[in-house]
Write a protein that binds this ligand. Sequence first.
Ligand SMILES: NC(=O)c1ccc[n+]([C@@H]2O[C@H](COP(=O)([O-])OP(=O)(O)OC[C@H]3O[C@@H](n4cnc5c(N)ncnc54)[C@H](OP(=O)(O)O)[C@@H]3O)[C@@H](O)[C@H]2O)c1
Length: 273
Amino acid sequence: MRTLKLADQPVPVIGQGTWRMGEDRQQRDQEIAALRTGIDLGMTLIDTAEMYGEGGAEEVVGQAIAGRRDQVFLVSKVYPHNASRAGVPQACERSLKRLGTEVIDLYLLHWRGQYPLAETIEAFERLREAGKIRRWGVSNFDVADLNDLDAPACAANQVLYNLESRGIEFDLLPACQQRQMPLMAYCPIGQGGALLAEPVLQRLAQQHGVTTAQLALAWLLRQESVMVIPKAVRPTHIHLNAQACELQLEAEDLHALDQVFMAPRRKQRLEMV
Ligand SMILES: NC(=O)c1ccc[n+]([C@@H]2O[C@H](COP(=O)([O-])OP(=O)(O)OC[C@H]3O[C@@H](n4cnc5c(N)ncnc54)[C@H](OP(=O)(O)O)[C@@H]3O)[C@@H](O)[C@H]2O)c1
């Protein structure tokens, strides 16, 4: 598995998302098994949040990494309404407990909310000094938010990015690259929806002997500073995703995709789900 440097740490360019996990007790065993398989296949970065299943996803992750915490790079996120000076450490403690770990590798502000950024950053820095988190970053931050943040210690920005949503290429992706801040693409396969049935993707996937989801991931991963966190529970999906960075796209593939999924020509508002 290819890696990129997130602050000081090499991490796999393909990680595992966990949104919608931990919502249904009957799915738990399957979800735990899925994350474990993903770790075995090298997708050792796991992305979760206190929001997902209102703590349920963090519990699933905790069970999946039990006994193998040292193999995993753990990302979790604090709700904006908890991102105050007093709220951040309390939320972090709850996350650590559910995750069954003493430290989170990367702790993100899920999106910008009512608390001043300086207050949230101060709380993040305190957690870092206390050894509760190793690094911190942001999510759903557009260029203006990054400018307001103005903090070199911010280790990553996690945003919506896939073939159907290319707006960030106009300014946000270059802004992250200029700051040497990796961009973590969420919903990288469009939540498994209409994107995967697009005729141009189907034609190119067939030519390369891959699936449309693998092609969508490879398209993102051709960019050095971009990493992806697809969520998958079905075992076939997990195996396919883990192989996606082996596919090299040619200039004519990229051209064909550009005809259907246009690159932005002007500033677009950052999309969120
Ligand atoms: N920071 C934020 O605000 C934010 C927002 C959204 C998401 N995220 C993070 O990003 C992660 C990924 O986004 P997402 O879960 O919304 O969407 P996604 O990863 O684009 O799509 C997930 C869906 O695609 C299916 N799938 C996975 N691999 C596949 C494959 N190889 N072929 C066909 N279908 C496949 C999954 O099915 P199965 O599960 O049935 O295998 C699932 O239904 C989230 O889980 C979460 O960790 C962050």
